[in-house]
Write a protein that binds this ligand. Structure first.
Ligand code: ATP
Ligand code: MG
Length: 315
């Protein structure tokens, strides 16, 4: 997006700081630039300096009020990536959307990672086949990415398997700081080339593993909140789809019905644009339910995970 002001116009921002800020996708005309906590963290500068920069930036920023028509125009730029299943695509309103975060949540083995693999290939398909002819960034937190599955899915879709593998940039992540760092780096990587999908599999598991006990809960949720909002900013600014997976935890207050609830609490629930709940259905099927979406109805869809590498529609 074009910037009205250069970062160096902001008093207190030298070339080195400007470089760091640019790498994070921060521009002075971006209202996100006004948050001193974020500035201090991403540019590695003291809070007081960050506060000065953000005050000066605020003077430069024109708070843009736009008509709903302009918002509508921007929404028209959002594109869809097919999941490989017609039923799932219908549930999502033609597929996974750019400018948004889609959360796939469910118990183990419900197909979250399989869907991430399928989407990493289908984003590469031509537009008339439900793709965006683009690359994917795959952030693997659980170590369950399998290139051989990509090969299967690519062949099933008549794509050159070698090219399909090349178009997926992979990062194996080992701790939550590393996870945050990779997403910060994604500004550079995805801004330069044609990336239209970022997968994070799974979003919450490292945060849950590292921040133990009630006393660490507030800090954990703060970090998670900042992380997921950075993902949303990436999705909106670069018009790409972010797909995150999430595990379930026992809902101790629940006596009947579903005894599980998504991990990450309200932070994840509020920040993700679409929340799709996956569970096992009859005879090896998986059932997806759209449980939260800003403009789509509550809906269910069944699908099968295909041996040859497709997520298939069940009649
Ligand atoms: P977790 O929470 O443990 O990460 P998940 O929801 O990511 O679970 P997946 O790894 O997506 O689960 O799904 C695993 C399931 O997918 C397996 O149990 C199996 O039923 C199915 N599956 C995996 N590979 C194939 C394949 N090649 N052909 C058919 N089904 C497969
Ligand atoms: Mg998985």
């Amino acid at each position: 997006m074009a910037s009205e002001h250069e970062l160096e116009d902001v008093e207190g921002v030298g070339p080195a700081t400007a470089r760091k800020l640019r790498k994070q996708g921060i521009r002075p005309s971006d209202p996100g630039c006004c948050n001193p906590f974020e500035l201090s963290e991403v540019a590695g500068i003291g809070y007081n300096v960050a506060l000065k920069i953000s005050q000066r930036a605020r003077e430069l920023v024109k708070i843009n009020l736009v008509t709903a028509g302009e918002v509508y125009k921007r929404r028209q730029l959002a594109q869809k990536i097919t999941t490989g299943s017609k039923a799932l695509d219908a549930l999502l309103g033609r597929g996974v959307e750019t400018q948004a975060i889609t959360e796939l949540v469910g118990e183990f083995g419900t197909g979250k990672t399989q869907l991430c693999h399928s989407l990493s290939v289908s984003v590469q398909l031509p537009k008339d086949r439900g793709g965006l002819q683009a690359s994917a960034l795959y952030i693997d937190i659980e170590g369950t990415f399998r290139p051989e599955r990509i090969v299967q899915i690519a062949r099933r879709n008549d794509l050159d398997a070698k090219k399909a593998l090349k178009n997926i940039i992979y990062a194996r992540v080992y701790n939550s700081d590393h996870q945050v760092l990779i997403v910060d780096k994604a500004w550079e990587v995805c801004g330069e080339k044609n990336f239209r999908l970022i997968v994070v599999d799974s979003l919450t598991c490292l945060f849950r593993k590292e921040y133990l006990g009630r006393e660490a809960l507030v800090l954990r949720q703060q970090r998670l909140n900042s992380h997921v909002h950075k993902l949303l900013k990436l999705a909106e600014a670069l018009n790409l789809a972010v797909v995150v997976t999430n595990q379930v935890v026992a809902n101790s207050g629940q006596l009947f019905g579903d005894l599980n609830k998504p991990a990450g609490g309200n932070v994840v629930a509020h920040a993700c644009t679409y929340r799709v709940y996956l569970r096992r259905g009859k005879e090896k099927t998986r059932v997806a339910t759209m449980i939260d979406a800003p403009h789509l109805p509550y809906c269910e869809a069944s699908f099968l995970i295909g041996r040859a590498g497709s997520i298939m529609l069940l009649d």
